[in-house]
Design a protein around this ligand. Structure first.
Ligand code: ZN
Length: 137
């Protein structure tokens, strides 16, 4: 039986991630979007694709502790310095501005890097043969 409670359940295939670590380490997930909530940045939504083609939405609050940089008070959205990334869901670029909104983009970069590392690991495993593979999921 699947546990009733966990970190997240895929709305498509019903796969359950038991905790965030499990979710972060899952190679079948890809971050695909960020829907900013300008009234409450922590309530913004991060979107992930699951390998089953399902899409998952999780609020920024689920990952906010991954950001350990300074808290910035000023918001530059709409100013000349602002590249406007937060207005475009599929823009996952890091933002260099000292802006209140930028911490979410740090988190996105972190999540993306995890995926890149996973891909690099996979390439590595292919190069060196299957013996180097770690845990099989
Ligand atoms: Zn799924």
């Amino acid at each position: 039986m699947m546990p009733a409670r966990g970190f997240k359940i895929c709305p498509n295939c019903r796969f359950a991630w038991r905790d965030r670590d499990h979710f972060l380490r899952d190679e079948s997930l890809t971050i695909i979007g960020y829907q900013a909530n300008f009234k409450d940045l922590r309530a913004g939504i991060l979107m992930f694709n699951h390998s089953c083609r399902g899409t998952l939405a999780l609020p920024v609050t689920c990952f906010e502790d991954l950001y350990i940089g300074p808290v910035i008070q000023q918001r530059l959205t709409g100013t000349e310095a602002c590249p406007g990334y937060c207005f475009r869901k599929s823009r996952l670029n890091p933002c260099p501005n000292e802006c209140e909104c930028a911490f979410v983009r740090h988190i996105i970069t972190l999540l993306k890097n995890k995926q890149t590392h996973k891909q690099a690991d996979e390439k590595d495993a292919r190069l060196h043969g299957p013996d180097n593979r770690g845990v099989v999921y």
